[in-house]
Design a protein around this ligand. Structure first.
Ligand SMILES: Cc1ncc(COP(=O)(O)O)c(C=O)c1O
Length: 410
């Protein structure tokens, strides 16, 4: 188990970049119009941690709080819902703008489209989003979860009327299992939040779906008087979210993009390792992928996201579990005057990382490499709330995953 972070600046040779345009401003405006049609839609808060920014020595710190998303405690539903809508629209020869929520859930549409079964594999949040969207639309969902998934996460998916199981294999193997089962089922459709050679369309829609959160954050930053974040830190499991966020900001600020940092769990740091290899070749990570950051426990990068990241991300960081726990505690016990953010293990790691970079002298080289200073305005995304409430309390109340720091190492 790694106890310290590893990082590498992006020095990869540039490559073809055919997927950047999926995150164009025009495309993402269409996505947000679709999400706005849901009765559950509201803009999630952008928490301004003014006191924390001062404490850490930066100009501004903003946190997009996705625990409020559609009552599902995580951002992932943005992707599954949009991909399912685009799939349905395509099947009935319509544009997604013609199938807002009230059309998608109508009796007429069900009669035209018929009954599909949406298959997926998940560490929890994506599967819950797909199951929720399928349920809203009167469709079926089948969800496979990897070994080590908690019963709470499974029950949250079962509540959405999905067939769900925990399998004796890791996440990437569950993806292959669900894909094989979808192929064997009449009108079975694989809705996976990762791409591989030959499976690109649905994952590209999922990445577009996540664009709603970047567009909202962008507008909220402007309203707060921040013209452009200087830095964006984003978590990565398979890298779909990271590809979406990095792609969004690369399109939005083509001439002066923010410094964009991709953050992984050290037990599943396939993107960091691919970047560290330096050639552009992808490096996978296998085995149990044992980390508290369940949403980041994926060992094979999304091939579409990879092309965006290798061309537009600034740096790749691999983080130990204590950094996530530190972030959860910092968000949960804010400095006086700052709002509280309830952030689970995969949501909080960027906060723990940022604070570590800015306060521990042993990371001074990374601070300098990322040009983090008193002029920096940083955007973080708390991608989930306490999706595993038991683990959340163990971290916050019982101090689990303490940093074991030695003063002489600071
Ligand atoms: C809460 C949370 N944050 C971040 C991620 C990472 O997203 P991706 O797998 O698209 O890289 C996930 C993935 O499930 C997640 O559930």
């Amino acid at each position: 188990m790694e106890t310290d972070l590893k990082w590498v600046l992006n020095e990869l040779p540039p490559s073809d970049d055919p997927y950047l345009s999926i995150m164009s401003q025009d495309n993402i405006r269409k996505v947000i119009s679709f999400h706005r049609s849901f009765p559950q839609y509201s803009v999630t808060p952008l928490a301004k941690l003014k006191k924390m920014a001062g404490y850490l020595g930066i100009k501004g710190l903003y946190v997009k709080d996705e625990s409020y998303r559609f009552g599902l405690n995580a951002f992932k539903v943005l992707g599954g819902s949009f991909a399912i809508a685009r799939y349905v629209a395509k099947q009935i020869n319509k544009d997604v703008s013609e199938v807002p929520y009230n059309v998608l859930t109508s009796k007429e549409l069900r009669e035209t489209f018929g009954q599909a079964t949406f298959f997926t594999a998940t560490d929890g949040n994506h599967g819950r989003g797909v199951a929720w969207a399928a349920n809203q639309l009167g469709q079926k969902a089948v969800v496979r979860m990897p070994k080590g998934s908690t019963q709470t996460r499974l029950e949250n998916i079962r509540k959405e009327n999905a067939e769900v199981t925990i399998e004796n294999c890791n996440y990437d193997e569950c993806v292959r299992m669900a894909a094989a089962q979808a192929a064997d089922t009449p009108h079975g459709v694989m809705v996976q939040d990762t791409a591989w050679d030959g499976y690109e369309e649905i994952p590209s829609w999922i990445m577009q779906g996540y664009g709603t959160l970047s567009l909202e954050a962008d507008r909220q930053l402007l309203a707060e008087g921040c013209d452009r974040p200087t830095h964006v830190f984003v978590q990565a499991g398979v890298g779909s979210l990271a590809g979406s966020v990095v792609g969004y900001f690369a399109n939005r600020y083509p001439d002066n993009p923010p410094v964009m940092v991709v953050v992984e769990a050290s037990a599943a740091d396939c993107i960091y390792r691919s970047a560290a290899k330096g050639t552009g070749e992808i490096v996978n990570v296998g085995g149990d992928l044992d980390t508290i950051m369940a949403g980041l426990a994926c060992g094979e990068v999304n091939t579409i996201a990879w092309t965006i990241l290798r061309n537009h991300a600034s740096a790749f960081v691999s983080c130990p579990d204590w950094m996530s726990a530190k972030g959860t505690r910092m968000y949960g016990v804010p400095l006086a005057g700052d709002p509280t953010v309830i952030s689970g293990e995969s949501g909080s790691v960027t906060m723990g990382l940022l604070a570590s970079i800015l306060t521990y002298s042993r990371y001074a080289d990374l601070k300098e490499a990322l040009k983090l200073d008193e002029n920096s305005e940083v955007l973080l995304i708390s991608t989930e709330g306490n999706t595993d409430p038991t683990r959340f309390r163990e971290v916050v109340w019982d101090g689990l995953y303490g940093i074991h720091k030695r003063r002489d190492q600071e």
